[in-house]
Design a protein around this ligand. Sequence first.
Ligand code: UDP
Length: 238
Amino acid sequence: MPHPRFKRILLKLSGEVLMGNGKLAIDPEVTARVAGEIADVRNAGYELCVVVGGGNIFRGLSAAAKGIERATADYMGMLATVMNALAVQNALETIGVDTRVQSAIPMASVCEPFIRRRAERHLQKGRVVIFAAGVGSPFFTTDSGAALRAAEMKCDALFKGTSVDGVYDADPKKVPDAKRYDTVSFNRVLSDDLKVMDASAVALCRDNNIPIVVFNIREHGNFAAVLSGDGVSTTVQT
Ligand code: UDP
């Protein structure tokens, strides 16, 4: 089914989407490919916000398990998301897409601070706004940052670009006949602990009635295809 009701979209990219198969945390070729998918959707007339994670570089929880104080580790993780945001910005601008990066942790020499009204103006001018540093506080994730920004920016949907083509009732890598949902309710995702986004992000989307569309962003053309109704995805909704 096409999504004509979606005009403004927030795309959440996990940091690992920017990794290739090699050892680079940010693979320029892979990042360029992702930027191409974003450009196609922007050029089709959608207003686009992007939130990038940082797990390809640094994850607070893993570092905390190895002895770094949790809050410090989380701030390090947020800084990693700024690096990814700059990489995505660079890749988009290389192909002629105007962008702005706004960080939840002010970093005046590097990017703009998050200012909702300013972000709104960028979107109206056709710029892609990339939100970095999650919510700006430790003990959160960029999934929560994505849900929060989607609500603040009044996005019609949150698109979660991953390396799987939707939400399954079991792990498709372990269970060969696992079934992919076309649609699934927020409450089912939470009660069955389906791996979509972390629970607080899912609850925030539910409470603000923002559908989450899970799709494979590694597949060429799929982001635009899902928006026009031809791609494969799962929609989490009320
Ligand atoms: N993080 C945080 N607060 C936020 C967003 C992120 O503390 O609002 C930290 C946290 O340590 C997290 C890391 O930044 O592990 C990278 O973000 P995330 O794990 O969400 O990235 P992704 O899994 O999407 O690549």
